[in-house]
Design a protein around this ligand. Structure first.
Ligand SMILES: NC(=O)c1ccc[n+]([C@@H]2O[C@H](COP(=O)([O-])OP(=O)(O)OC[C@H]3O[C@@H](n4cnc5c(N)ncnc54)[C@H](O)[C@@H]3O)[C@@H](O)[C@H]2O)c1
Length: 279
């Protein structure tokens, strides 16, 4: 259970839940060369099982059973609301020495440890750009997870994009508010920018292309530049020019403050999920 980064992953894995996030991770694993028959999926929803079969050639099962007996890594990709029930169904079948990797928002490793009777738990907060290999995943490991377990998790997540370990579990709620939910903020801005472009006379497809390319370009520039985003912004903003007019409007409307408050709301909601569904 200590694969080197260059060794193709080849060990039995199980996914509990086969929806959006599981599909993003499974797609990455198959691209890495993991044979489909090494992946078990428990997915009660028939259309989701059909999609996994058609997209990836997997044979998902509607319920947990003996098929989980060999899993070395169990990936929990169920909603926070259904985690406790799913854990009760899986616990009798999962090997005692399996490593557990949860992507559920809010649900703490203390809750998961109690539900599974295992301490070998890593909690992850990925995001949907994982689907195209451009994801960002925050990670936290319980003290009982050794270096080999951390490396295994990194190898599973590598094809989905970047990873970042945090040392305190509570920081995952901040990661959730920032990069976990973040793609939705970007899509909201894309929608608004494209809508404004159409209102100004552009074709919808042209407006969308302009908006998406602007996000891609600005993000790439920020990633490669040594300068802070504030300085990059100032370089776009000629005194008395068009950008100044737009940024002044955004600041007078309190958009930066509202945006920060919105992210605090996401963090609060992550904490609430732990209380509501972690009992
Ligand atoms: N979608 C995102 O952007 C995102 C990002 C980071 C983390 N997450 C987390 O990932 C988790 C899954 O989210 P998603 O968007 O993939 O949801 P989803 O609804 O697409 O997938 C969840 C799947 O779990 C299945 N399921 C329900 N009960 C089950 C059970 N008892 N056993 C096995 N499977 C069961 C459902 O049928 C569903 O297909 C959530 O906990 C969420 O917080 C999601």
């Amino acid at each position: 259970m200590n694969p080197s980064p260059d060794t193709p992953l080849d060990l039995p894995l199980a996914f509990i839940g086969g929806g959006n996030m599981a599909s993003a991770l499974i797609g990455g694993l198959l691209r890495q060369g993991l044979p489909p028959d090494r992946i078990e999926v428990v997915e009660p929803f028939e259309p989701a099982r059909a999609a996994l079969q058609q997209d990836f050639g997997l044979a998902p099962q509607p319920a947990a059973g003996p098929q989980l007996a060999h899993a070395r890594l169990v990936v929990w990709a169920v909603k926070p609301q259904t985690f406790a029930a799913a854990a009760a169904q899986v616990r009798p079948h999962a090997p005692a020495d399996a490593l557990h990797l949860s992507v559920a928002a809010g649900i703490t490793t203390d809750s998961i440890a109690r539900w599974l009777g295992s301490q070998a738990i890593v909690r992850a907060m990925p995001n949907t750009p994982a689907l195209v290999g451009q994801g960002m995943t925050g990670l936290f490991a319980r003290a009982e997870v050794g270096e080999a377990g951390r490396e295994l998790v990194e190898q599973v997540l590598r094809p989905t994009g970047q990873t970042l370990w945090v040392e305190r579990e509570e920081l995952l709620d901040a990661v959730t508010a920032l990069s976990g939910s973040g793609p939705a903020y970007v899509f909201l801005f894309l929608e608004a920018m494209a809508r404004a472009g159409v209102e100004m006379g552009l074709e919808p497809t042209d407006a969308q292309q302009l908006a998406i390319a602007t996000f891609q370009g600005a993000a790439a520039l920020a990633a490669r530049s040594d300068d802070a985003p504030q300085l990059l912004r100032q370089r776009v903003t000629s005194p008395g020019g068009t950008t100044h007019a737009a940024i002044t409007h955004l600041q007078e409307a309190g958009v930066p403050e509202h945006f920060i408050a919105a992210m605090h709301a996401a963090q609060r909601r992550a904490r609430e999920l732990a209380t509501e569904f972690g009992g």
